[in-house]
Design a protein around this ligand. Structure first.
Ligand SMILES: [Fe+2]
Length: 337
């Protein structure tokens, strides 16, 4: 049953994801009202689509940002208020503080990722596979419990062919692992940390002395294999350079460091997870809303020409259902002790 909604999947060029629309049409307000009338439908369609939904035609949300907040609330009990969690004020929407603004324009001024080297694959395609493609991550994995769902609205996207968002299906990638590798990683934890903690791979390789970390920014273990709290499905859960701790990690219990046994396993898993056939490339159109489940897929941003193009995207982050492994835990990023 899809209620008042239609879904078409998989997404173009991919083996997962679904495009959802309100049956009979209508813009953002009509879609949000329908979602609120039957709040189980969109979360279930998200689960059925391996954690990735596209809704087009949501331009109205740019003028009515509270619509994005209302839709976010469908996906879980807590929508992060960025004004309360230490986000620099210039990156928070002025009237709806649950919206985190990703933009290269003032007052945000965030630069896009670098071009891959070389910019294209040998056969002329957009590079997606790690390590040719860098930046693969799952949102805020440096927190325990980590968040569940992210919603990302194209308020002002850049022209197609740049500024894409890439998604890799952690469920299909886990299922495709050889049995001995599944066995090896079961029960292992990755060690995640924020990119500003000074524990990036390059910093550790260069011998940069680690700085003391406050309680709220300490590295957090997360299972390499997440069990989805709703579907029970297993998915690979890891990041690469930006959000792993390469000093004490990246994988607890294995030789640490930038080039140790843990690093070799992480490189192998990330390269496996981001193979072309597990990846969806989203080319943005104004009014596109993409909803993803951080518990079962990873994503990456791509370069755009920030000297020529202005880009404004809005994100919300929903949490509150991380699964049994996190039951009853205090929020690591709010610890003061
Ligand atoms: Fe992200």
């Amino acid at each position: 049953m899809t209620g008042s909604f239609d879904v078409i999947g998989p997404l173009e060029g991919a083996s997962f994801g679904g495009q959802v629309s309100l049956r009979g049409g209508g813009g953002g307000a009509a879609l949000v009202e329908a979602a609120e009338r039957e709040p189980a439908t969109l979360p279930r369609l998200l689960d059925d689509s391996h954690g990735l939904l596209l809704i087009t035609g949501m331009e109205a949300m740019a003028g009515q940002p509270e619509l994005l907040l209302r839709l976010s609330r469908i996906f879980g009990p807590e929508v992060e208020n960025y004004r309360e969690t230490g986000m620099p004020p210039n990156m928070v929407h002025p009237t709806v503080p649950e919206i985190f603004v990703v933009s290269n324009t003032p007052p945000v001024g965030r630069a896009p990722p670098a071009l891959p080297d070389p910019p294209l694959t040998a056969d002329g395609r957009l590079p997606v596979q790690y390590p040719h493609r860098h930046g693969w991550h799952t949102d805020q994995s440096f927190r325990r419990p980590p968040p569940d769902i992210s919603l990302f609205l194209a308020v002002l996207p850049v022209p197609q062919g740049q500024g894409q968002t890439l998604f890799a299906d952690g469920i299909a990638a886990y299922d495709a692992l050889p049995q001995d590798l599944k066995h090896r990683i079961e029960g292992l934890d990755g060690l995640h940390v924020g990119s500003g903690a000074g524990r990036r791979r390059e910093a550790v390789r260069a011998g940069t002395p680690p700085r003391p970390l406050a309680a709220w920014e300490r590295p957090q273990p997360q299972p390499l294999v997440r069990i989805h709290p709703v579907t029970g499905r297993r998915a690979l859960y890891l990041c690469e350079h930006g959000q792993m701790d390469w000093l004490e990690g990246p994988i607890l219990g294995l030789e640490p460091g930038a080039d140790g046994e843990g690093a070799r396993l992480l490189d192998a898993l990330m390269s496996h997870l981001t193979q072309q056939h597990f990846v969806y490339v989203h080319e943005w159109t104004q009014g596109d809303l993409v909803i993803w489940d951080n518990r079962c897929l990873v994503h990456a941003a791509t370069w755009f020409d920030a000297a020529k193009e202005a880009r404004v995207m809005w994100r919300t982050t929903v949490s509150g259902n991380p699964g049994a492994a996190y039951a009853g835990e205090a929020k690591s990023w709010l610890l003061t002790a």
